[in-house]
Structure formats: C-alpha cells, structure tokens
Design a protein around this ligand. Structure first.
Ligand SMILES: *Cc1c(COP(=O)(O)O)cnc(C)c1O
Length: 456
C-alpha cells in the first residue's frame, strides 16, 4: 500500500491557491483534485516527492492555467494582424459605442419610428454597400462562414459544380483549405488549369450545364512567381456572364482603402476593384486589413445577396449585436473620412506610423531604463502585415533589443509573457526584441514598468 501522507489536503491547498490566483474557488478546487489524483497514481507507481514539491508543482500548473484566461496583451511582435493575438484591435469610436450597446437594450430588430419589428443590420448593410460602391452587402460571423454560406446558396442538386483554378486551391491556415470548404458546402470542385498557369480556355472548357459558379480565391498568403499566367478578371467575368453563371471572389483580407499608400507594401486588391472588374460577389474578413471585428462580409449583386440572406443557414452564422455594433462604427469611420484622410483605426495607424516616431518613442523608453544592467539597444527591425496577408511585405520598424547576462533571450521572452500586462516580443538572431510598430503609444509606460520589474 503506497504512502499518500505527503499529499496536501484538497481543501487547504485550494483555499491558499484561490487567494493567490484570484480564480473562482470551484475552478481551483477542481484543478487541485485532478492534480492530486494524478499524483496518487505517480506515487503508487513509485515516484518520490515531498509535500512541498507537490504543492509547488500544482501551484505552477495553476499559474499556467490562469494565464490562459483571455486577457489583454501588448503586441511587440511587429506583426500587425496577428491571428494568435486577436487580429485587429478596435477603434475608439467602436469601443465606446460597443460598451453602451453591450450594457443596455438596443434597437437590434426594432423600428423606432413605428414601434414595430425592424430590420436587423439594415443600417450596416446600406453603409457597407455605399462604402464598397455596390448594390448590396451583408455580414456573417467570419470569412469562412461567408464562403460556405455563399456556396450553399448558389449550388443546387442539378447545378453543384464550382470551377476553381489549380493556382488558387489555397490553404488559408488552421487547416482551412478551399477544396475541403467546397466539400463541406456540398459543392463539387472542378479544378482547371495548372498550378502556375490557367488560361481562359481552361475555364471555358470546364463550363457545363452543371456549373453553379466560378470561384476565384485571392492568393493572400503566398506568391506565385516566374512562369505564370492567368486570365484577366474582366475576361473571366465576360465568360461567366455569357453563360449566365455568377463569378465569386474570396478576397480574404479585403483592404477597403489603398493600404499601399500607408506603408511600403504591395497593392492589396480592394473589394471595390474586384466588383468594378465584374466580380458578382466578393467575400472578405472584417478583422484583417479592414480593421474591424471578426466578421465575413459579402457584397455585390443585390439579387444574389438577397438569396444568401434567405438561405436558412444564414441564421446559423449571423452576427450578434455586439459584432454588428462594432462593424457599423468601423464602416462609419471609413465613410466619415471618405476620399479625405484615413480613418482612425489601429491597424491603419500601425501601418502608417513613421519610423522616426517609433525611434523617438524607443529613445524615451530606453532613457527610463538606463540604470538597469541589461543592455537595451535601439535597432532597426522589420514589421509584417500578418493575418495571412502580403507575406512579402516588410515594413521598416524600430525595436528595443534587450540583452541580459543573467537571462537567455528565450527566458527573457518567457518572463515578459508572464508579466502583467503580458508583453509578447520575439527572439531573432539569438537576441530578444520588442518591436514598437504594433505597440500603442499609450502602452509605452507599461513596457517600461514591466521591464523594470522583470530585469531588476
Ligand atoms: C483569412 C482568409 C480567410 C478566412 O477568413 P476568416 O475571417 O478568418 O474566416 C478566407 N479566405 C482567404 C483568402 C483568407 O485570406
């Protein structure tokens, strides 16, 4: 019979750890119970451990668990649309309206003029259509949902074939692959062309009386270079329309303004460009270069948008009032400054911050840390747009390079991630870097405080 006398009691340990962790007591008790039961097995198998080391291990396990609670972090990676860090931060206007709508009632589906049931997202849909210079638009939970919903709507049992170029059978990330999305939605994939070259004739030869639509997918996360060719969108559009077939494009990021005017990056095709060139429906994400909440926007031909909204599956992927509020404010941000300057959205601010501004901030931060023994150097660095957009784009930036004799770069990175607020930097060429392009100026002081705490 193994000796379990070194195991702490659930109640005593849970009580102490609840006080230290600020987590709800039942959560801590459950955690402690599970860990103690694992320890019982380990002790029975002959592992040796004393009470203190068992308590210590459970305590640090609980800290790991507590750090997985959703919480704000400072993004010092320089990657502007960082999918793991929540993609695009919201603008001021969105966050203010959001807190008011979130904490009270709203006219979500209520007509304030006649006091009857109103149209959900009516204002947003009109505003989106105006911004995108097209007939109609709507929004669902994300771009993946928008694509599945669009495919489901446009295919039927007689016409279920979707034509896609082999150069556009993309994997987006997180296992999201175009062929599998098509399968999920009940469509039959008809691949045309080769990886590097697709001709108009390839599309033409694939069209049959079973064709439901032609789908184009923006190569948002990789580049095709060298011996490559593809028909112009206007040519594919004429072909599709001569056969009475809709042409749909998944744009992925869907920068609504010319982001190449903000930073030295390639031109990202806008939904307006695509629609002008004859695409019937564009689909894109709300939380990539648009700078809004997680959403999938569908815009274009009014009849097609109406069909999509009438499809029963629409209900399963519709946005809730919080997302609708944030998206509405974001679109109004664009409309309010249209043709003039850029809207005040963090993603666009980060893209366009001059390197000189970053350098001034870096100097201010490092001057407050000059008494520390670790070396803090201001270095030139590169930023990326991220979020699977424009993999080639490198935006000049400034970083704080931190070298400590007592701590390896990975240990430094770990300590800063465990600080409050968590600061996420990166290790490059065996040094630890905090890239300032994605840090809000209002967070500079927090960086100073965290560095003082961790490095002292
Ligand atoms: C990012 C991306 C998606 C997925 O968008 P979500 O909003 O994350 O669902 C789909 N298609 C393309 C081309 C993308 O770049």
């Amino acid at each position: 019979m193994p000796d379990f006398s070194q195991l702490p009691s659930v109640e005593t340990l849970a009580k102490r750890l609840t006080g230290e962790s600020n987590l709800p007591r039942p959560l801590v008790t459950g955690f402690v119970k599970r860990r103690l039961s694992e320890w019982r097995t380990r002790l029975a198998e002959g592992e040796a451990a004393d009470k203190a080391s068992i308590e210590q291990e459970i305590q640090s396990g609980l800290q790991d668990f507590a750090s997985s609670r959703l919480q704000p972090v400072i993004n010092a990676t320089g990657v502007i649309i960082h999918t793991n860090l929540g993609r695009s931060p919201l603008g001021q206007r969105a966050s203010e309206t959001l807190s008011k709508v979130a904490t009270g009632y709203s006219n979500l589906e209520f007509n304030l003029l006649d006091g009857k049931r109103g149209k959900r997202a009516g204002y947003l849909e009109t505003a989106l259509a105006v911004l995108l210079e097209t007939e109609a638009a709507t929004a669902v939970n994300n771009c993946a949902a928008a694509l599945v919903l669009t495919l489901r709507t446009l295919i039927s049992s007689e016409k279920n074939e979707v034509i896609v170029s082999r150069g556009e059978l993309v994997e987006i990330g997180g296992g999201f692959r175009i062929p599998e999305v098509l399968e999920t939605s009940g469509a039959k994939l008809v691949e045309v062309g080769a990886t590097n070259k697709t001709h108009l004739k390839d599309y033409a030869d694939a069209i049959s009386d079973r064709t439901a639509l032609i789908l184009k997918v923006h190569r948002s996360n990789f580049y095709l270079e060298g011996f490559t060719d593809e028909p112009d969108v206007t040519e594919i559009s004429s072909l599709a329309h001569n056969h009475g077939i809709p042409l749909v494009e998944d744009l992925g990021s869907g920068a609504v303004m010319n982001t190449d005017q903000l930073a030295p990056i390639d031109h990202e095709p806008t939904p307006q460009d695509a629609l002008r060139n004859g695409i019937d429906l564009v689909i894109f994400s709300g939380d990539k270069l648009l700078g809004g909440p997680q959403a999938g926007i569908i815009a274009g031909n009014a009849d097609l948008v109406e069909r999509i909204k009438s499809e029963p599956f629409f209900r399963a992927v519709r946005c809730d009032k919080l997302i609708l509020t944030v998206l509405q404010e974001c679109i109004d941000d664009y409309l309010a400054c249209k043709g003039d300057t850029k809207p005040r959205l963090p993603v666009l601010d980060f893209l366009s911050t001059p390197v000189q501004d970053l350098r001034v901030r870096a100097e201010k931060i490092s001057s407050q840390l000059k008494d520390l023994s670790p070396r803090i150097t201001i270095v030139e660095a590169l930023s990326r747009t991220g979020g699977g957009t424009m993999p080639r784009a490198e935006i000049p930036s400034i970083a704080l390079q931190i070298e400590s004799d007592g701590m390896s770069p990975t240990k430094l990175a770990h300590s800063l991630r465990r600080a409050t607020p968590a600061v996420v930097g990166y290790v490059s060429d065996d040094t630890f870097l905090l890239n300032l392009r994605t840090v809000f100026p209002s967070q500079d002081q927090s960086i100073v405080n965290v560095l003082l705490e961790v490095l002292q």
